[in-house]
Ligand binder design. Structure first.
Ligand code: HEM
Ligand SMILES: Cc1cc2nc3c(=O)[nH]c(=O)nc-3n(C[C@H](O)[C@H](O)[C@H](O)COP(=O)(O)O)c2cc1C
Length: 498
């Protein structure tokens, strides 16, 4: 392979000709600028420079194989690395990389979930914090998620000998000390240098289950390897299991290949995300991208080239842009038939938002449903998962007991977990609190966040008058306020009295 001089690379630093160094190779990404789902600006900031560190925050290295043929120009001459440009400064406030030296609160000061968000905000680059914290449109779905938990109250019983409590629950036969798991979240490399493996370490050390995102920074195999290594280090003592969140590639062959990779790697179940036929409107991310583009002198089109096509092989993740090819607007219930042929383990549909679809999931022989509105990042004013659970209890209660029922969205306290369980949930997913804990403290933060939720749960159980999660009952909560607002079918024929 030819050797390229650093001085030559440095000259190709504009949108007319944009070269970057990744690991030891030089790539011409000029024709890729308008196709990059992360936008042209982020590549142009690296034009003529070594983009490896920045690249690794977002992508596994094998992404370079998806550059157009002919992009690889040769190996960078190692003696000329000093002649490369320095990457252009980002406009992101306060800094572009995770700065672990920044003043963050001592971990012991994190005693409830919101404390992790404050710590993360102090340490995260502005762009990463926006990615993690924001939601769709004006943010109303996220607000509903958070609010609805406070609209249900407990109905506690007293004098019940609550000395010892057991918080164990199983997901598809895999027992865990907790009835909550870590929700799948993409692009953790932008949150912590250790990315998904760092999150896995925290989960395994505490015995919590975790669902791994298709849009991860590391490959599914690398993430599983960390799990295996960490479990081995603990002499197999951790009951943790990894499940896989699946964004189905449009291309059938790629979709099947991905399932085979995941199965071979040893994931214990497939969480198929179904609330994402297109990406929701990620308002804050889009503003940020536009600001970045203006700062490097490119105007991002409202619809870039890659948004109009149908095919590529990638997952949606960070940023305000949809990635075509992975978000298939054409998916239907019938697809579950061929998926079932390829995947013989448990299937959970992630993103069920009404009773009718819960019933369909049962008819299509899924093993579980996850009631979720994607953390408020998809449909503007979508229902909270709690509201969907009440609908299911009212209109198709037979689903509960036949399917494993999961909920996520806005859970920020162990007592929220308890409320969901009282109403029939098998277990719940928690997203952002773990992301924030990872951002500020790495695996240790993840462990701490598990402890916080677990302690709140155990205290809640005692004060509610139960000692095991087998004792939870719907009459232990008062859900009247939410029930009053629950969807009801239109009366069939209302005759006018006028
Ligand atoms: C060289 C080949 C590259 C390919 C094939 C590629 C591909 C992609 C794809 C498919 C996405 C969509 C989401 C995802 O799967 O994560 C994406 C997003 C993104 N990429 Fe790249 N990328 C490349 C280089 C880079 C480089 C060098 C950087 C940074 C310097 C970068 C930064 C980003 C960011 C930040 C996003 C998220 C969107 C945003 O927040 O703006 N990419 N890229
Ligand atoms: C930053 C971020 C990234 C996410 N990435 C994914 C993803 O890649 N796949 C997916 O199915 N859900 C994704 N989600 C949704 C979560 O799995 C989950 O539904 C949601 O975060 C739960 O809400 P909570 O964050 O309020 O706990 C993401 C959520 C956030 C906040």
């Amino acid at each position: 392979m030819a050797t390229v001089d650093g001085l030559e690379v440095a000259k190709h630093n504009s949108k007319k000709s944009c070269w970057i160094v990744l690991e030891s190779n030089v790539y011409d990404v000029t024709s890729f600028l308008s196709k990059h789902p992360g936008g042209a600006a982020i590549l142009l900031k690296q034009a003529g420079s070594n983009a490896t560190t920045e690249f690794k925050k977002y992508h596994p290295l094998d992404y370079v194989n998806d550059l157009p043929p002919g992009s690889l120009l040769g190996a960078i001459d190692p003696n000329t690395l000093g002649k490369l440009n320095a990457p252009k400064e980002s406009i992101s406030k306060p800094s572009e990389s995770v700065d672990l030296d920044k003043e963050i609160p001592h971990l012991s000061l994190c005693v409830s979930c919101p404390d992790f968000e404050r710590a993360a905000k102090a340490v995260l680059p502005h762009k990463s914090y926006i990615y993690a914290s924001t939601s769709a449109n004006t943010g109303l779905s996220l607000k509903t998620n958070l609010d609805d938990w406070s609209r249900i109250n407990f109905r506690p019983r007293v004098m019940r000998n609550v000395g010892d409590v057991d918080t164990h629950r199983s997901i598809f036969g895999h027992s865990s000390p907790y009835p909550f798991y870590i929700s799948p979240m993409g692009t953790l490399g932008a949150i912590h240098p250790g990315a998904e493996p760092e999150m896995v370490k925290g989960a395994v050390r505490k015995g919590a289950h975790m669902v791994v995102s298709t849009a991860s920074t590391k490959t599914s195999e690398q993430i599983m390897q960390t799990y295996v290594d960490e479990a081995k280090r603990l002499n197999g003592a951790s009951p943790s299991r990894l499940f896989y969140q699946y964004y189905m590639p449009v291309d059938r062959k790629k979709a099947i290949d991905l399932m085979h990779i995941v199965k071979k790697a040893g994931y214990n179940g497939l969480w198929i995300t179904v609330d994402t036929p297109v990406l929701g409107k990620r308002t804050a991310d889009r503003v940020l991208q536009a600001e970045e583009a203006i700062a490097v002198g490119v105007e991002e089109d409202a619809t870039a080239e890659w948004e109009t096509g149908n095919e590529n092989s990638f997952a949606p993740s960070m940023g305000g842009r949809p990635v075509s090819g992975q978000l298939s607007p054409h998916t239907t219930w019938e697809d579950l038939k061929w998926i079932r042929k390829e995947w013989d383990g448990p299937i959970v549909l992630k993103g069920i938002q009404c009773a009718e679809d819960a019933k369909l999931a049962l008819e299509y022989r899924c093993q579980g449903i996850l009631l979720s509105n994607h953390g408020g990042r998809q449909l503007h004013t979508a229902p909270s998962s709690l509201m969907t659970l009440l609908e299911i209890r009212t209109y198709c209660p037979e689903v509960i007991g036949k399917l494993e029922i999961f909920l996520d969205g806005g859970l920020r306290d162990g007592s929220d977990v308890l409320k969901a369980l009282c109403l029939g949930a098998t277990a719940v997913g928690v997203g952002r609190p773990f992301m924030y804990a990872l951002a500020a403290y790495g695996a240790q933060g993840v462990e701490r966040c598990i402890d916080v939720l677990s302690e709140e749960l155990a205290t809640g159980m005692r004060l509610l008058g139960i000692t095991s999660l087998d004792q939870v009952r719907p009459e232990m909560v008062n859900a009247t306020r939410l029930l009053n607002e629950m969807w009801r079918p239109e009366p069939v024929a209302v005759r006018s009295r006028l």
